[in-house]
Write a protein that binds this ligand. Structure first.
Ligand code: ZN
Length: 572
């Protein structure tokens, strides 16, 4: 698959200047980044590209498509935190939600639109006036904004979901794009389930959408059905047969049902797509979306073949991945490419020898490039506030004085429990602090003690304080100390449910490592996730369970009504 057509880097939409591609740029210089030859620093936002490289627009949909993965719903402050991290990462477009889906989605998009600078903010809409107006109302205060309208085009969706004939689909698509263009200069149109749509009909819909004013044309593989070659052929067909396609940015949006989302996205880029839609850690419905970090690092590492570039600051990939994993409670598998714990681990002796002689023997990327730290032991008991601040800044966390005071206090407490403080420990303190600070608490843990052992009956005694400052105490037996603790909390708070998941992970290495406890509880009002961090796993379990109890008391379900609503409405 050769990349014949060269295009200029697209400019990202400000008001009155939608994303456009135009003309033919010159040749491509043969200067991929190699180990030891650092990438030129990219400053600011917008259409920054390396000489001779086409710019690929990175469209992040972690907050919309990613949030549709079961149990991944985020509250408003968590969404804002993730959006800020995405802006720092350097993505070009943030799809912040589906404004018409629920008041919660609307509010989140509006808050992000009002508070964030840098990337264009986008909202998904069906092709109807109500959805498009909701998107516009949520987006209108953003410095850069985009309305994304979609309509299914495949026979199975036409016949069984929409019950519309082809002519009706074309009419609605045109109407939707026109309505969106009345509000916004930057309009993306998606042909839902494009990968299973007849090519001729797909070309017709795309051409009409371009005529109606769409500035980006997205060709989604909504159900993850395509193969790299078939997907590239679909895009190639459109490029050949659609009048006016050179005026718009072609976008790819791939799902991972066959494990091919990234491969398909890159196959699209190789035939001229200049926008990739993706999510952090590849989260999304079912098997997920194409993973942002994998696409970005493939583009960077194989620039010799792909000959394109993104504006992503790759050294922010790992911290952003950690944040999304912490906020959603969805862990990243150890062997996940780019951001998994083992992605850069070399344990076999033969590899280590090769690595010491020459790094490139077994390493095609440097861990530092994606934000993994090489340093292991960083701080300890005698480290001061300044050293902590410096280390956090190096990890990419800029805290104000009040936040730093809080993290420093927690750091000192941790130093008493743990000799060696690693980067991951610091990161966990900061992220947990941000997540917990986001919510109010109905119940606080005051005291806890447990007994367990061979031949004794496990028991827990616990004291909690409510918001009015009243103290409650309870003692319970159980199958084990954790079970006894959870029962005691249930008795005091009166909140019970079915425990669906309970996991403990070690944040770093060593016997005194902090454990992160994540649990999921099914309650009549919804599914709730809680998490906590502690060097003591029983205390961590109590705190994680209290986190859930507090969410229930304050009604912050994980599998929120808005995800359900989105699923009902259909999606790209
Ligand atoms: Zn999708």
């Amino acid at each position: 698959m050769s990349n014949e057509r060269r295009i200029e880097p697209p400019s990202i939409c400000a008001v009155g200047s939608p994303v456009t591609v135009s003309g033919n740029s010159g040749t491509v210089s043969d200067s991929p980044h190699r180990d030891g030859a650092p990438a030129p620093e990219r400053k600011g936002r917008g259409p920054v590209s390396e000489p001779g490289h086409d710019r690929v627009v990175v469209f992040d949909t972690t907050l919309r498509d990613g949030e549709q993965s079961p149990g991944a719903s985020m509250n408003l402050s968590q969404k804002l935190r993730v959006a800020k991290a995405l802006a720092e990462l350097g993505v070009d477009v943030i799809e912040a939600g589906f404004a018409a889906a629920s008041p919660g989605d609307f509010e989140a998009i509006q808050a992000i639109a009002r508070q964030l600078e840098g990337p264009a903010i986008c909202s998904l809409s069906r092709c109807n006036r109500g959805d498009i107006e909701a998107s516009w109302n949520a987006l209108k205060d953003a410095p850069k904004k985009r309305i994304h309208v979609f309509l299914a085009t495949s026979p199975i969706h036409r016949d069984f979901k929409l019950k519309m004939a082809k002519e009706e689909i074309v009419r609605r698509a045109v109407e939707g794009v026109k309505l969106a263009r009345e509000k916004c200069e930057d309009v993306e149109f998606s042909t839902e389930d494009a990968a299973r749509t007849e090519l001729e009909f797909l070309a017709e819909v795309v051409e009409r959408a371009i005529d109606a004013g769409a500035t980006t044309l997205n060709i989604p593989d909504t159900v993850g059905y395509a193969l790299p070659q078939t997907y590239a052929e679909t895009l190639g067909y459109l490029k050949k047969h659609v009048r006016g396609i050179d005026r718009v940015v072609i976008s790819v949006h791939c799902h991972n049902d066959l494990g091919l989302a990234v491969a398909n996205s890159l196959a699209g880029v190789m035939v001229g797509a200049r926008q990739v839609e993706c999510t952090i850690n590849g989260i999304g419905e079912r098997a997920g979306n194409a993973s942002l970090e994998e696409i970005v690092m493939a583009i960077k590492t194989r620039a010799d073949v792909l000959r394109v570039a993104t504006g992503v600051k790759t050294e922010r990939l790992y911290p952003t991945s950690r944040l999304v994993s912490q906020v959603t409670g969805i862990n990243v598998q150890r062997n996940k490419a780019i951001v998994g714990q083992n992605a850069f681990a070399h344990e076999a002796g033969i590899h280590q020898h090769g690595m010491l002689t020459h790094r490139e023997t077994y390493e095609i990327m440097r861990p530092e490039e994606v934000g993994f730290s090489r340093s292991s032991l960083v701080l300890g008991k005698h480290s001061g506030r300044h050293a902590l601040k410096e280390r956090l800044a190096a990890l990419g966390y800029k805290l104000d004085d009040a936040q730093l005071d809080k993290v420093f206090a927690e750091f000192k407490v941790l130093c008493d429990k743990k000799k060696e403080i690693y980067d991951a420990d610091l990161e966990a303190l900061v992220i947990h602090g941000q997540i917990l600070a986001a919510g109010q608490r109905a119940w606080e843990l005051e005291a806890l003690s447990t007994t367990s052992g061979t031949g004794t009956l496990p028991a827990a005694s616990i004291a909690l304080r409510n918001r009015q400052g009243e103290r409650f105490q309870e003692a319970c037996g159980g199958d084990g100390p954790v079970d006894a603790v959870l029962k005691a909390i249930e008795r005091i708070t009166g909140i019970t449910g079915k425990l669906r998941d309970y996991q403990i992970h070690s944040v770093t290495v060593g016997e005194d490592a902090q454990g992160e406890v994540v649990l999921e509880l099914e309650h009549p009002t919804g599914v709730y996730r809680g998490r906590a961090l502690s060097t003591d796993i029983i205390e961590g379990s109590a705190r994680a369970y209290l986190d859930v109890v507090n969410r229930i008391a304050l009604k912050e379900p994980a599998a929120s009504a808005q995800s359900e609503a989105v699923r009902e409405l259909g999606t790209v």
